[in-house]
Design a protein around this ligand. Structure first.
Ligand code: PLP
Length: 393
């Protein structure tokens, strides 16, 4: 059975060009880039090239790139550094819809005496900027707001938020794990101090990430060890991963137009056809300020997990907005923060596309999903007759 992979916000397939670029550095060129000999030196040169490729994608200087192991490490390193370099400041501003890489860290910091403001979002997944402005205080050490949401694709105005933080002398970090490679980013034109990237979200392998730190930003390393990454992250470099990520960044620049035209059109067709064919369905989150590849749709009165299992029978991979936690199905914290009604939040599915998806694949999903929802609704204590929703007694 063929796989139709529409779960690219979870992880992406390796680009063939990326595999080709990294393979020699797994096989033949295994030298340590810190070695004095030329066998290691040639790897160091390749790492330098990769750093330039990564910097070019986000419009920064290669010196501002620190290679890490993943997006989670980058987020942790940024926030912890901001707190370490300003021990007198004890306040963090973030949002209710952040990824656990930020949210769980902030929850942990709250138990250690830091004050955390989690900004709410409205029904479309957006921040209230007045509320944001009011949350910034002389005690605020760092703001950490995601650029785009992994579940809904909603894009926060982080460039404006970063300006407001800078005006008040507050460090600004953004989790851009879902953003980089999907929409253009130019760090020369904004006030963002730190930014997180994860390789496996943009067709590079798992186990490699980036923390961008703007030149002049005080930084305290998360991993203390050797002199690697100019002393900002100890540990022998993941050279095949770095070389792979460099290639993936170069490809992402090249594919940016395709992502924002063809992929977006595929996503829009999938979304509009599913809404047309399936009653009691709706899109979660703002549909304008949104990543081009993501659609989060709720199908009322059905369980997301059941939909996923039935899609899986056809080889279709997507994600649901609820997670089975300790036996009870909890709707996602993102949809809850947006106030999505319970019956809608439970039946939410996230489709996330990539440049490797085709129109034929989207047609297949449009054909298979409506009868799946119909079947599940017939089994549900709630069901529809025509357009009317009926409730079991
Ligand atoms: N931040 C966001 C918005 C994400 O979507 C993810 C992964 O899903 C992460 C951080 C964590 O990235 P990693 O899996 O590389 O640790």
């Amino acid at each position: 059975m063929r796989t139709i992979y529409l779960d690219n916000n979870a992880t992406t397939q390796l680009a063939p060009e990326v595999i080709e670029a990294m393979m020699p550095y797994l096989h033949d060129f295994f030298g340590n880039p810190s070695s004095m000999h030329s066998f290691g030196g040639q790897v160091a040169a390749k790492v330098r090239d990769a750093r330039e490729q990564c910097a070019a994608l986000i419009g920064c200087s290669p010196d501002e790139i620190i290679f890490t192991s993943c997006g989670t490490e980058s987020d942790n390193a940024a926030i912890r550094s901001a707190l370490t370099v300003q021990p007198e400041r004890r306040h963090i501003v973030t949002s209710r819809v952040e990824h656990p890489a930020v949210r769980a860290l902030c929850a942990d910091l709250a138990t250690r005496g830091y004050r955390v403001t989690e900004l709410p979002v409205d029904a479309s997944g957006h921040l209230d900027m007045d509320h944001y402005r009011e949350s910034l205080t002389p005690d605020t050490a760092v703001v950490s707001l995601m650029w785009a949401n992994n579940e809904t694709g909603v894009i926060f105005p982080v460039e404006r938020a970063a300006e407001l933080a800078r005006e008040r002398g507050i460090l600004f970090h953004t989790d851009a794990v879902q953003t980089v490679g999907k929409i253009p980013i130019d760090l020369r034109t904004n006030a963002i101090d730190m930014l997180s990237i994860s390789g496996h979200k943009l067709h590079a392998p798992k186990g490699i990430g980036i923390l961008y730190v703007r030149k002049g930003t005080r930084f305290s390393p998360f991993l203390i060890g050797g002199h690697q990454e100019k002393g900002r992250r100890g540990g022998t470099e993941n050279t095949p991963g770095i070389i792979a990520l460099g290639k993936a960044c170069e490809l992402a620049s090249r594919h940016m137009d395709d992502e924002n035209t063809r992929v977006k059109q595929l996503r829009d067709r999938l979304e509009s056809e599913l809404l047309r064919l399936i009653p009691n369905s709706r899109v979660n989150g703002d549909t304008v300020s949104r990543l081009p590849n993501t659609s989060n749709i709720s199908f009322e009165f059905v369980e997301g997990e059941s939909i996923l299992l039935m899609l899986n029978e056809y080889g279709i991979c997507a994600s649901s907005g609820s997670a089975c936690t300790s036996g009870s199905l909890q709707p996602s914290h993102v949809l809850r923060a947006m106030g999505v009604p319970f019956t809608m939040a439970h039946g939410s599915i996230r489709f996330s596309l990539s440049i490797y998806n085709t129109g034929e694949e989207i047609d297949f999903v449009i054909e298979k999903l409506p009868p799946i929802i119909e079947t599940l609704r017939r089994l549900s204590p709630y069901w529809t007759v025509g357009d009317q929703v009926c409730t079991a007694q």
